[in-house]
Unconditional design. Structure first.
Length: 321
């Protein structure tokens, strides 16, 4: 039998908001004491339920990752077994036979195909390529798990983008690696290097541009999207972003209802970084390529890291006003 207040059995109420309203409206000291006790119990129950739900989800995700890693290891084992069986199918210099049934189901029951000369080289190349694909797939799975682990504060639900892992059949180069590759391509490598800058083609539609032109274009895009924010002045990809306000302004431009920009304080750098990266991921599906702790520690952020993240925002929103 629970406590009663104004004809209401408090044990029947599990809504924290309703109990807060009752606490605000109660005038009798004993009634407020009863409501406060019930509110405390409900908060504890709800917290326990949330923690249990998070724990189950984490266990499910970890089991999915373990299963995918097992599949990758099994595929690699079968590939090596097929290659080993082929190597042992004939003496050195003789015609080899390839049993693809080993790779398909591990049974080795298919009719072996003779392999010799140039065809042997092609088969060995295909086997090596399969081994590389298996290794790359394991790396992508581990990267997806690591990204999910860093996608929110401790205790918050995290989500792993396994669809992106499934859709990728080859190793994907990160935006930072792409830019470093372009930067290296554009840098002279010796006295015989051409004086003109190397040109690259952006991932989106458009004409070929040099890395410098891409950088300038991206900077102008950021300025145009944040020009209405008086507290933000973007002149580069380093110090202009060191308090998180530029990130918040850029994200707020596309998601004005996500948070109140005018309430932000440039001194609250960690909060600003966390807010911008979290909203970009939740609302815009943009991966948090920058680490909040790293950004807080640096008064002068690495411009290539900032450029890489802003580039991912541009690819997502360049067609949005």
């Amino acid at each position: 039998m629970g406590d009663w207040v104004d004809g209401i059995n408090l044990s029947d109420i599990n809504d924290e908001l309703k109990l807060h309203e009752m606490l605000d409206s109660a005038e009798d000291y004993e009634d407020r004491k009863k409501v406060r006790a019930r509110l405390k119990d409900v908060i504890a129950q709800n917290r326990a339920q949330r923690e249990e739900m998070i724990r189950r989800r984490e266990e499910e995700r970890e089991e999915m990752i373990r299963a995918r890693l097992r599949d990758a290891d099994e595929q690699k084992r079968r590939t090596l077994a097929m290659y080993d069986a082929m190597a042992k199918s004939a003496p050195a210099g003789g015609n080899k036979t390839l049993d693809v049934g080993i790779l398909r189901d591990g049974s080795g029951t298919s009719t072996p195909e003779p392999v010799g000369g140039q065809k042997l080289d092609l088969v060995e190349q295909a086997i090596r390529e399969r081994q590389r694909e298996a290794d790359n797939r394991k790396k992508r799975i581990l990267t997806a798990y690591d990204t999910a682990a860093r996608s929110g504060p401790a205790g918050a639900p995290r989500f792993i983008d396994f669809e992106a892992v499934k859709a990728s059949d080859a190793k994907r180069m990160s935006p930072k690696e792409k830019f470093q590759q372009l930067d290296s391509a554009a840098a002279p490598k010796g006295a015989n290097a051409p004086s003109s800058a190397a040109t690259v083609r952006p991932s989106g539609p458009g004409i070929a541009r040099s890395p410098t032109a891409i950088k300038e274009m991206l900077l102008n895009w950021c300025k145009s999207k944040t020009k209405e924010y008086e507290a933000v002045s973007i002149d580069n990809f380093s110090t202009s972003w060191n308090d998180g306000m530029a990130f918040c302004a850029l994200i707020h431009h596309f998601f004005p209802d996500a948070f109140d920009f005018n309430s932000l304080n440039p001194k609250n750098r960690r909060y600003n970084f966390d807010l911008a990266f979290r909203v970009a991921e939740e609302k815009g599906d943009v991966a948090p390529l920058l680490d909040v702790d790293d950004m807080v520690m640096m008064k002068k952020p690495d411009w290539k890291c900032v450029f890489t993240y802003v580039q991912s925002l541009y690819r997502k929103f360049h067609n949005v006003d």
